[in-house]
Design a protein around this ligand. Structure first.
Ligand SMILES: CC(C)(COP(=O)([O-])OP(=O)([O-])OC[C@H]1O[C@@H](n2cnc3c(N)ncnc32)[C@H](O)[C@@H]1OP(=O)([O-])[O-])[C@@H](O)C(=O)NCCC(=O)NCCSC(=O)C[C@@](C)(O)CC(=O)[O-]
Length: 358
């Protein structure tokens, strides 16, 4: 009879260890901050452009290298993103940071290209263009595709062919998203093979990176691992990114599972902002503060200033009048408040001692 092999706790820990392997490039995880787009697109009341711009400018000082800054989608479908052109015109562009925007079709790309051509960097300057990257998006579920893009999966892929071709011709990098990689809000569980096939289509279209979105946030380590096994059989792991929503509180663990599988790009949203307009009940992405804390704790580098990020998470949550959904952000801000109170108390005690001696 086969007996289960007894494993020591050290062996078990090693099995689940997220410790990065020795080479430095493998120990770095790129964070794609999607708060200003995915995070804000679902907010009910229209957020002033100044707030969006200030959010992106603040995020641009934290060491983040990619900040998704809006979308050129139909304003009838997602009114919150209607002012993306103004946002791109007003942000203070940090030369080391990319500011991609979402584009669903040729109309959106034409609008963006026209904006870029009307506002080129000053001649002879080293200033970057308003943006040099777009993101296109499709779904692994037919019903979600219909709800989000008003077409079938096949039609959405056909629609992207001229978008990707024109974008690349214009010198824009193209990132691709696959939504509903675990569950569809209308159809339920999605077979990993469906995700594999649409991810492969985006790869073949020429997307330099494909971000796998657990739109509903129902993924667990096992379902995420199964999905990744299917996708990595056709797309190189270094071309993939994890985009985990945190509706069921699994965002950090699922992102870590992706990192453990070899993925080195993780999408996240400051303060856990967000929710998808076409995924009822889904909450925001994994909070950037939470995943950065988890990655740093596991020995990975992100280049992101966690405390600065927590400040921004507190600031944008109060601007929107919503609770801060980042547990790490809340903890860091509470710690800062405690430390400031202790310092003030100490200063007051010192002052009283001096007064008593006088
Ligand atoms: C794709 C369409 C446009 C099709 O929508 P449609 O209604 O089939 O399009 P249409 O071609 O019939 O056009 C309808 C109207 O929209 C206009 N229009 C058409 N295109 C544009 C455009 N680009 N920019 C501005 N206007 C546009 C067009 O001109 C027309 O205006 P009208 O003549 O009625 O006045 C629509 O379904 C759409 O905009 N969908 C986007 C929905 C969206 O933004 N969802 C959220 C982003 S995806 C996401 O969050 C998931 C992700 C990426 O984060 C990953 C994850 O977590 O899963």
């Amino acid at each position: 009879m086969l007996r289960p092999v007894a494993r020591s706790w050290k062996q078990n820990i090693r099995q689940f260890s997220f410790r990065p392997i020795s080479s430095t490039s493998r120990s770095h995880v790129k964070i794609v901050e999607v708060g200003p787009r995915d995070g804000l697109q679902n907010e009910k009341s229209i957020i002033p452009t100044e707030v969006k711009v200030e959010l992106i400018d603040k995020l641009g000082t934290t060491g983040l290298k990619v900040i998704e800054s809006g979308s050129f989608v139909s304003p009838k479908w997602v009114p919150q993103m209607a002012g993306t052109a103004d946002v791109l015109l007003q942000i203070k562009r940090n030369p080391g940071v990319r500011y991609p925007v979402l584009v669903p079709n040729v109309k959106g790309l034409d609008t963006l290209v026209d904006l870029l051509e009307r506002h080129p960097p000053p001649a002879g300057s080293s200033e970057p263009p308003l943006t040099d990257e777009i993101a296109v998006f499709i779904a692994a579920s037919e019903s979600f595709s219909k709800a989000n893009l008003n077409c079938s999966i096949g039609e959405s892929i056909d629609r992207l062919v001229p978008v990707v071709r024109l974008a690349r011709f214009k010198g824009l990098r193209v990132r691709g998203y696959v939504s509903t990689v675990i569950t569809c809000p209308y159809e339920g569980p999605i077979a990993p093979e469906k995700v594999r096939d649409v991810a492969k289509a985006l790869h073949q279209l020429g997307c330099y990176e494909i971000s796998l979105g657990d739109t509903v946030g129902t993924g667990t380590p096992i379902t995420v691992e199964n999905m990744l096994n299917a996708v990595t059989s056709v797309v190189p792991v270094e071309k993939l990114a994890a985009h985990m929503h945190d509706t069921y509180g699994m965002g950090v663990v699922n992102s870590l599972i992706a990192v453990k599988s070899g993925i080195r790009t993780v999408d996240s949203s400051v303060a856990g902002l967000g929710g998808c307009p076409y995924s009822p009940g889904a909450t925001g992405n994994v909070a950037t503060e939470d995943i950065v804390h988890a990655l740093h704790g596991a020995g990975y580098t992100t280049g992101v200033d966690l405390e600065g990020l927590a400040e921004i998470g507190g600031w944008i949550s109060s601007q929107l009048g919503r609770p801060n959904s980042s547990r790490v952000g809340q903890a860091l801000l509470a710690k800062k408040t405690r430390e400031a109170a202790a310092k003030a108390k100490e200063a007051q005690a010192g002052e009283e001692t001096i007064q008593a001696r006088l």
